[in-house]
Design a protein around this ligand. Structure first.
Ligand code: AMP
Length: 427
């Protein structure tokens, strides 16, 4: 098969690494890719927002499957456009991608189908939103509708803070004024991510993970796209995984089919595991980044047949095998991230780092200059490791990190701390 991956981050490098290893893959392309992906695939300088250009390339190269990494092209309907042009594509169509694109849509779908999620109301104006906040009290959560790259959510500790968030969102501080906000109760518990593969009719579980969103050690400082992750999430026991499938994922897939928007692709459920069970915080319509990296490290089975079965509606009797080990990834970022940062600093020692047992290095934002690898983004590298325990995976990942010579880079030193503490307590 000829396969085309769309995207350029660590998620896409992990997908390329796994897809390139499949005996089904003849030729692998990635648009636009990065310096690490170039080792697995031929990188092509396509603008992935230009659907016509992607379609023309897919036809010319006789692409059998397009795998879409990021959410923006999914929400813009690239899968619908490719399929309409006769090109098979993995990922949800535009209508189903509203699960990520519109919080209001998702909340209403949950309410109508008894899918556990925080009680909420939707508002198009500030005054009634503020009145609702005063009535419910704090803590309370204020969310802007639409894709806001992780910045559209404020967990307010006080009514004043919630009212300020409402003004901020309707006032346009997120780039443009929110056309709608959702206000919901604050859920108490432990957060986890759960991934499932869906084929429009049914779904099979992939795996769970936990990530670290804050830039600094101890989960302090501003939010980022994710500074590290590990899989599985210790809080996600076999029983909890089954509850998430039965109470959240499968009812969602059935509900979307019923409204004529069948969901095919990866469904990423952001969960709060509360005393009374799992509650849905949000859906994303693609693999997480960096969660995808740890999932791909743990996946024993060939990924390509699974992607095809999802696309073809054939997941019913499909089974995937996973390594029981823990996978952990440490994100290395350019100093300054998530604020302004420079580009073009030289990274050395990557080959040495990759020789540490159980370690795999994925590139998230790199480019090449002759034989040199240069940083080309905020999040630049994912240093991933498998281990028998979270502690072992963590030790291996940081051993590899310490072999990388990149003065302009930094990483958190405590990825997995909660899970390691849990292991220490139980041993
Ligand atoms: P979201 O973009 O919806 O995933 O929200 C970003 C983060 O805000 C989540 O990862 C949670 O940490 C937090 N959050 C969102 N909704 C809630 C909620 N209802 N209760 C508690 N925390 C929440």
């Amino acid at each position: 098969m000829n396969i085309l991956i769309l995207g350029s981050g660590g998620r896409e490098h992990a997908l390329a690494w796994k897809i390139a290893a499949s005996p089904l893959t003849d030729k692998l392309y990635c648009a636009p890719g990065n310096a690490g992906i170039a080792r697995e695939a031929e990188c092509v300088a396509l603008d992935i927002n230009d659907h016509a250009a992607v379609i023309a390339f897919a036809r010319e190269k006789r692409i059998d499957l397009v795998v879409v990494g990021p959410e923006a092209p999914l929400c813009a309907g690239i899968v619908d456009d490719l399929e309409a042009a006769g090109v098979k594509a993995f990922g949800p169509g535009k209508w189903a991608a509203r699960l990520e694109g519109s919080k209001g849509f998702t909340k209403d779908l949950c309410k109508a189908n008894n899918i556990p999620t925080a009680a909420y109301e939707r508002f198009k104006q500030a005054e009634p939103a503020k009145a609702y906040v005063r009535e419910r009290g704090a803590p309370i959560v204020v969310k802007a509708d639409g894709l806001a790259a992780g910045k559209g959510v404020v967990v307010a500790e006080s009514v004043d803070e919630a009212e300020a968030a409402i003004d901020m969102m309707f006032g346009g501080e997120l780039g443009q004024p929110a056309w709608e906000i959702v206000i919901e109760d604050c859920l108490i518990g432990e957060e986890a991510s759960f991934f499932a593969l869906c084929d429009g009719e049914t779904a099979i579980p992939l795996a769970s993970a936990q990530d670290h969103k804050r830039v600094g050690d101890g989960d302090k400082g501003p939010n980022t796209g994710g500074m590290g992750a590990y899989s599985p999430a210790p809080v996600m026991t076999a029983e909890m995984n089954k509850r998430v499938m039965d109470e959240i994922v499968l009812p969602t897939v059935r509900a979307l089919k019923a409204i004529g928007a069948p969901y095919k692709g990866v469904l990423f459920a952001g969960l709060m595991i509360t005393d009374s069970g799992p509650q849905l915080i949000e859906y994303n319509v693609r693999f997480g980044d960096p969660e995808c990296q740890v999932l791909m490290l743990r996946l024993m089975s060939d990924l390509v047949p699974a992607l095809i079965a999802a696309r073809d509606g054939q997941l019913r009797s499909f089974d995937l095998r996973w390594h029981a080990q823990t996978a952990l990834t440490v994100v290395m970022a350019t100093r300054g991230y998530p604020g302004p940062y420079g580009k073009g600093s030289v990274i050395e020692g990557l080959d040495d780092a990759a020789t540490v047992e159980g370690v795999e290095v994925f590139h998230a934002g790199t480019t090449t200059d002759g034989g040199r690898i240069l940083a080309n983004g905020g999040r630049v590298l994912n240093i991933c490791a498998l281990g028998e325990s979270v502690a072992e995976a963590q030790t291996r990942a940081y051993e590899a990190v310490d072999r990388i010579r990149w003065p302009e880079g930094f990483c958190r030193r405590d990825i997995g701390w909660r899970a390691v503490a849990r292991e220490t307590k139980s041993s």
